[in-house]
Structures are given as structure tokens and as C-alpha cells.
Design a protein around this ligand. Structure first.
Ligand code: NAD
Ligand code: HSO
Ligand code: ZN
Length: 430
């Protein structure tokens, strides 16, 4: 893990360094993904079978593209009963958080007799991507599906990569069963995104694709946007911890490692105002990594996108953080709430020493599907809003229209659209 001096004269270089991650990675994967998507568009199931064989080593002709109800049931039965209890607690927390996001339709009256309003309706058919290449993500089943259910989406279609033996992770199946999701396809990566965007013989085309995934998934979502709606770019995980001398280096290192273990392209950054903290965090990272399972991924990820930046002031730390716009930001500093309104860009903000990032991944309730690669500048966490659309409602009585008729006709004349003017005029001709 490199230690960088982040003070004034270096800030531009640091910003440039992080911009590079966001730009080049996507460029690098664009052509591979484009080819996969085109093949799925042209050849449907045939391409799905080909790419699942190639990237997941699974023969879908044997395993079947669709997961059967018996498999879902069997997965649920196999799952540890303690885990089912935890799933239920998480479902409760996530549901109650997302219930608060629900937006109601509203109506207002018009002088002279009329009604204007905004009707909120749910999307009809959505596709959920649940990652599963190098780790299993039952928690992402919950985070994807619960806001969709709270919004009232009726048709939920889930895709997830198969295990090497052709099955699907039992935790993922248990989470799906707990929520009543029964349309699941064992397909991952860009080919799964292509299938949801264009439809194949087996997999239905959807209106919107949501959910996190690796660089292939994130790049594919970006490329199919327009054929279908997407939630955001939720790619390889990121964490940025701002730590002052009051932080606990053991905690800081542990939280950085929690995201580095997701992917060799994950990013884990600490910005600190204390040189001693920087050294202590670095030592802790080395020590703790030794004890973890996914050492290789962690080491590669830290080599690629891990750094500790030392700055003189918290203002400078926040300036850099705002530029990076991390998926997860932890404020391990004294009086964190005082600094909160200076944070402009972050997917989720974890405050204080006892709000570690994994709390948000699993249990707290807010969504863990979050924007990455600097897109927290303009994207928000996955929410109920992603699963609804709005229609305007306009009702005018004859009396109400009469009050506006002259104004409308003047407007139409100015635009030289005589048919528009006529649509008003005919209603008031004797
Ligand atoms: N931002 C978020 O909200 C969020 C949330 C959870 C997880 N994540 C991220 O999700 C990702 C999960 O990654 P994963 O790999 O474990 O699972 P994944 O399901 O995202 O990707 C696995 C798929 O990638 C495809 N693939 C692998 N190598 C390929 C290659 N060389 N060419 C083409 N396609 C290839 C395969 O089809 C495979 O099925 C991680 O990056 C993690 O950080 C992000
Ligand atoms: N930290 C991930 C989002 O970047 C979400 C997750 C799921 N399981 C564990 N972590
Ligand atoms: Zn995580």
C-alpha cells in the first residue's frame, strides 16, 4: 500500500491518478463487452450458452438456463437456519428503510374546474443482476429486490452466474425464496445483461436492469442503456476512509480490506491528517491481510488502487474525497457531523468509529447498490425511485379551458402551429 503526500502541490496529480481509474478501465473492456452484447442480440440462447461455457465453465445445455422451482426450494432447505433468521432480520431492516422512500401520487385543483396531478406507477418488468463470479451475494438479492417490491413491481427477473458445478449458490436461492422470487436464470456477466436488454428464446427482455457487478457487468450496463433503462454504474467496490489522529488504525485497515477483497479492481483509499496514522494503517493492513481468505485478490487490488494519502488539513482531505466521489466514504474523525455538509460526492457516508462499511452491506437498511467510478457525482443509491415512473394528469372543464384559451392561441400563433390553435378554437365556436 503506497503512502502519498497529498498536500497542495500534489493535489492535481492525485486527482489525475483517480480520474485514470475511472476512464481507462472502462475503455479497456468496451470492445470485449460490445462483441458479447452483439452476439447475444443476434444469436440469443446460443450466445448465452457459448459465453457461459467460456467464462463460467458451465454447460447450460445440461444445467438448463432457467433455475427450476425444485432447485430454489432445495437451495432454501440446504441453507443454514441461522442464516435464514439473519436474512429475515435484514429483510425487515431493508424493507422499513425503503418504505420511507415511497412517493405518493398527488392531485391539485384548477380555477374554474379542473384537476392536475402526478401519478406514480411502478415499472412492469425489471431485471435484477446478482453478482456471483468470485463471491456469492445473497445480500444483493435483498438490496435489488426489496425496493422493487416496495415500489410494486410485479415481474421480477433475476440473473446470476452459475457455480462451477452448474448450480446456483444456496444463499442466493434462499434469499430469493424468502422474497418469493421464482424467475431466476443462471447467467452472469455481459451476456446476462445482453439477455435482459434484448431478450432471448429463454430470457425475457425487461424495461430496466438494476444491480451491481464486476467491470464486464458495469460496462455492459453502460452499453445497453437506451435499449433499456439502467439504475447506475455499480461496478467494482470502493472505500475511502478519512481518518484523523483520533481514528483507530486497526478499524481503518479492517474497513479498507473489507472492500479490497471484493475485486482486483476494487479501490481502497485512506486520507489522513496524521503521518503516524498512515504508518499504523499500513502496518495493520499487512498484518490483517495475512489472516484473511482472499489474500490474492486483496494484494492485487491494493497494488492497483490502494493508497494512503497524507494531507495537512481535513479540508484538503475532503477536497480530494469530493473529487474521487467514492462509493463508500467513512468519516473516522473527531466531530464527524460538523464536516458532513462539506461532503459533496459519495454513495454512502458512514459516520464515526462504529459504523463500519459492512454494516451497510448487510444489515443497517440503506441500499448497498451504490454508484462507483466517480459516478456518485450524479448517481444515487438504488432506491424505490428506480422502480417507478411518473405520469402527469391533466383534466380541464370547459370553463377552465375558456380562461386559458386566448393565451394558448397566442402561443400557438407565435410558434406558427395553426393546428394547435385550431384544436382550441373549434371548442369555442358557436
Ligand atoms: N457497487 C456496488 O453496489 C456493488 C455491490 C456488490 C458488489 N459489487 C461488485 O460486484 C462485483 C462482483 O464481481 P464478481 O466477478 O464476483 O461477479 P460478477 O457476477 O459481477 O461477474 C462474474 C461474471 O463475469 C464474467 N467474466 C469473468 N471474466 C470474464 C472475462 N475475462 N471476459 C468476459 N466476462 C468475464 C463472467 O461471465 C462471470 O459470470 C465486484 O466487483 C464487487 O466489487 C459492487
Ligand atoms: N460492498 C459491496 C458494495 O460495493 C456490497 C456487498 C455485498 N456483500 C458484501 N458487500
Ligand atoms: Zn462489501
Amino acid at each position: 500500500m503506497k503512502i502519498i503526500n497529498g498536500d497542495r502541490n500534489n493535489i492535481c496529480e492525485i486527482k489525475e491518478e483517480f480520474r485514470k481509474r475511472n476512464d481507462t478501465d472502462f475503455k479497456k473492456y468496451n470492445s470485449t463487452v460490445e462483441k458479447i452484447l452483439q452476439d447475444v442480440k443476434d444469436d440469443g440462447d446460443k450466445a448465452i450458452i457459448k459465453y457461459t461455457n467460456k467464462f463460467d465453465g458451465v454447460d447450460l445445455v445440461k444445467a438448463g438456463i432457467k433455475v427450476t422451482p425444485e432447485e430454489i426450494e432445495a437451495g432454501w432447505k440446504k441453507a443454514d437456519k441461522k442464516f435464514i433468521k439473519v436474512l429475515r432480520k435484514a429483510i425487515e431492516n431493508i424493507r422499513s428503510f425503503h418504505e420511507k422512500q415511497k412517493e405518493n401520487s398527488w392531485f391539485t385543483t384548477v380555477a374554474g374546474g379542473g384537476i392536475l396531478g402526478q401519478r406514480v406507477t411502478s415499472l412492469e418488468k425489471v431485471g435484477l443482476y446478482v453478482p456471483g463470479g468470485t463471491a456469492a451475494y445473497p445480500s444483493s438479492v435483498l438490496m435489488n429486490a426489496i425496493p422493487a417490491m416496495v415500489a410494486g413491481v410485479e415481474e421480477i427477473i433475476m440473473v446470476t452466474p452459475p457455480l462451477a458445478n452448474g448450480g446456483v449458490n444456496e444463499g442466493v436461492l434462499a434469499a430469493a425464496k424468502e422474497l418469493g422470487i421464482n424467475e431466476i436464470y443462471r447467467v452472469g456477466g455481459a451476456q446476462a445483461i445482453g439477455a435482459l436488454a434484448f431478450g432471448t428464446e429463454s430470457i425475457p427482455k425487461v424495461d430496466k436492469i438494476v444491480g451491481p457487478g464486476n467491470i464486464y457487468v458495469a460496462t455492459a450496463k453502460r452499453q445497453v442503456y437506451g435499449f433499456v433503462d439502467i439504475d447506475m454504474i455499480a461496478g467494482p467496490s470502493e472505500i475511502l476512509v478519512i481518518a484523523d489522529e483520533s481514528a483507530n488504525p486497526t478499524y481503518v485497515a479492517a474497513d479498507l480490506l473489507s472492500q479490497a477483497e471484493h475485486d482486483t479492481l476494487a479501490s481502497a483509499i485512506c486520507i489522513t491528517t496524521s503521518e503516524e496514522m498512515a504508518l499504523a494503517v499500513k502496518d495493520e493492513i499487512v498484518k490483517q491481510t495475512e489472516l484473511l481468505e482472499r489474500k490474492e485478490i486483496i494484494r492485487e487490488s491494493l497494488k492497483n488502487y490502494g493508497s494512503i494519502i497524507v494531507v495537512s488539513t481535513l479540508e484538503a482531505a475532503i477536497e480530494i474525497s469530493n473529487e474521487i466521489a467514492p462509493e463508500h466514504l467513512e468519516l473516522c474523525i473527531e466531530d464527524p457531523f460538523i464536516w458532513l455538509d462539506k461532503i459533496k460526492n459519495a454513495g454512502a457516508i458512514f459516520i464515526g468509529n462504529f459504523s463500519p462499511e459492512p454494516l451497510g452491506d448487510y444489515m443497517a437498511g440503506p441500499n448497498h447498490v451504490l454508484p462507483t467510478s466517480g459516478t456518485a457525482r450524479f448517481f444515487s443509491p438504488l432506491s424505490v425511485d428506480d422502480f417507478v415512473k411518473k405520469s402527469s394528469i391533466i383534466y380541464y372543464s370547459k370553463e377552465a379551458l375558456e380562461k386559458s384559451k386566448d393565451d394558448i392561441m397566442i402561443f400557438a400563433e407565435l410558434e406558427a402551429l395553426t393546428a394547435h390553435k385550431n384544436a382550441i378554437k373549434v371548442r369555442f365556436e358557436k
